[in-house]
Every structure is written in C-alpha cells, then in structure tokens.
Ligand binder design. Structure first.
Ligand SMILES: NC(=O)c1ccc[n+]([C@@H]2O[C@H](COP(=O)([O-])OP(=O)(O)OC[C@H]3O[C@@H](n4cnc5c(N)ncnc54)[C@H](OP(=O)(O)O)[C@@H]3O)[C@@H](O)[C@H]2O)c1
Length: 245
C-alpha cells in the first residue's frame, strides 16, 4: 500500500527513530505531524524533514499531558483532514538498579511511556472509528521479553511491556472495525539515546553482535503499515535478542 497522501502522527519526531520515520514517510509522499517537548529541536527537525513545510506540521509539548494529545489530533485534522496512522514513538529509557529509581523518574516513565500512549491512542482511535480505518504502531523494547542483568531496567519492562500487552488487547477490540494495532520491539538501536562510547558494550547485548540501525526500525514500521492482514503483532527488530542468548 502506498504512503502517498497518507497522514501520520509521530510522537518523539524530533530525534532518532521518530525523525527517521518522518523523513522516510515524507520522501514517500506522506504528511506527518511530529511532536516533542523541545520546540526548537522540533522546528529544526521539521525543516530537515521537509524544507517546503507543506508535508510536516509540529506540535510541541509533553505527551504525558492530556491536552497535548488532544492538540496533536485536532491539529492533524485541521492541517491534513484525517489520521491514517499513529506512531507512539516518544519514550524514555533509564537503566538503573530497581531500588535506586526516584519518585520523579517513576512519574516521568509512567507519564511518557504509558499516559502518552493512553491519551493519544484514545483520541486517535475515536477519529479512526469515524473514518472506518486506521493503524496504531507503538515502539516498545525487546527487554520486555529478554531482560538482562547487564542492563537493569525494570521500569522499561513495566511500561513497554504494558504497551505490548495493550497492543494485543486493542487489536482484538477493534479487529472488526477497520483499525489495526501493532508494535515494533527493537533491540538497541544507534540513535542519540546512546552515547557513542557505549556502542561497543551495547553491541554485545545482541546475538548478532551489533546494534541496530534506525532504518531497520523504519522498515519494520513501513511493513506493518502496509500489512493489511497483520494485527496484534509485536515485530522484533532486535538482532535475535528475543530468541534467546
Ligand atoms: N534507541 C534504542 O536503542 C531503543 C531501543 C528500544 C526502544 N526504543 C524506543 O524507541 C523510541 C524512540 O527512541 P530513540 O532512540 O529515537 O530516542 P531519542 O533519540 O532520545 O528520541 C526520543 C524522542 O522522544 C521525544 N520525547 C521524549 N519524551 C517525550 C515526552 N514526554 N513528550 C514528547 N516527546 C518526548 C524526544 O524529544 P524531546 O526530548 O524534545 O521531548 C525525542 O524526539 C522510544 O520510545 C524508545 O523507548 C529505543
């Protein structure tokens, strides 16, 4: 299925995976609405994604806030008239021993990874029900299937594991109403999330012995978006992590 003229809402579109998805989608003729908290970074990303400004619209704000989710959907509709696909990509990752997480870190984790998913997906599905068609893709992590003692990160499992499970629940709930719901579960990908000096260590966390590239996650999202008989799928793009070690 072509991406030409389709409308994508991408949270966390100012950096890393979200920005790479937006670049590829606009290259294929789509329109994107991108979000992030830092307004200047978002504006710079928009300029990079589409210097003409015709196919990209920005909505700055924290996805944890319900009104930001509302604005994302309202402005996508005002600008482009519909929402074909929501990509729940914004997320944070803090690895540390469980007993050392602070209240603030817990609140930020839940806000970004869970509340962000909840509010925006709720508004997007309401719109997709009116359209009779739509697709939700969330970016989770293979740590939910294969935790490792080398990277203690229980809050990533708590939040992204919830998204994997909710993906299946929503896929079933909306299967007969034209809305597909999927997730991409990456291993460790070379994005600004990881300092270059950590890459050698992070490579060794994959059976394939390397980190993933942004484009490899982009291709998984494109596949799910085009795969009309696929819903409730958690597509691992993780160099074998979820298969075992
Ligand atoms: N890279 C990896 O190895 C990896 C592995 C597994 C899963 N993932 C997941 O993939 C997604 C993208 O990661 P990435 O590596 O591309 O990270 P990144 O380069 O750090 O980008 C994160 C993006 O999310 C935005 N963001 C963060 N918190 C936000 C909030 N509360 N509200 C709105 N926007 C927010 C950031 O913009 P602002 O800072 O301006 O808000 C930025 O645009 C995340 O969900 C991450 O958990 C990544």
């Amino acid at each position: 299925m072509s991406n030409q003229g389709k409308v994508y809402v991408i949270t966390g579109g100012s950096s890393g995976l979200g920005k790479a998805m937006a670049v590829e989608l606009v290259k294929r003729g789509a329109n994107v609405v991108i979000n992030g908290r830092r307004e200047q970074a978002l504006a710079d990303a928009a300029m990079f994604i589409d210097p003409t400004g015709k196919h990209v619209h920005i909505v700055a704000g924290d996805v944890a806030e319900p009104q930001v989710a509302r604005r994302l959907v309202d402005e996508a509709l005002a600008q482009f008239g519909r929402i074909d696909t929501l990509i729940n990509n914004a997320g944070i990752f803090i690895a540390k021993p469980f007993t050392e997480y602070t209240e603030e870190e817990f609140t930020t984790y839940i806000g970004t990874n869970v509340a962000g998913f909840f509010h925006l997906t709720q508004h997007a599905i309401a719109q997709m029900l009116k359209q009779g068609v739509g697709h939700i893709v969330s970016i989770t992590t293979s740590l939910t299937d294969s935790p490792t003692e080398q990277v203690p990160s229980a809050l990533a499992n708590l939040t992204k594991g919830g998204l994997n499970s909710a993906t299946k629940a929503l896929a079933i709930e909306y299967a007969k109403r034209g809305i597909r719901v999927n997730a991409v579960s990456p291993g460790v990908i070379k994005t600004p999330m990881h300092a270059i000096e950590t890459h050698e260590f992070l490579s060794k966390l994959h059976p394939m012995g390397r980190m993933g590239e942004e484009q490899e996650v982009v291709e998984a999202v494109l596949y799910l978006d085009s795969a009309q008989f696929v819903t409730g799928e958690i597509l691992h793009v993780d160099g074998g992590q979820s298969a075992g070690f």
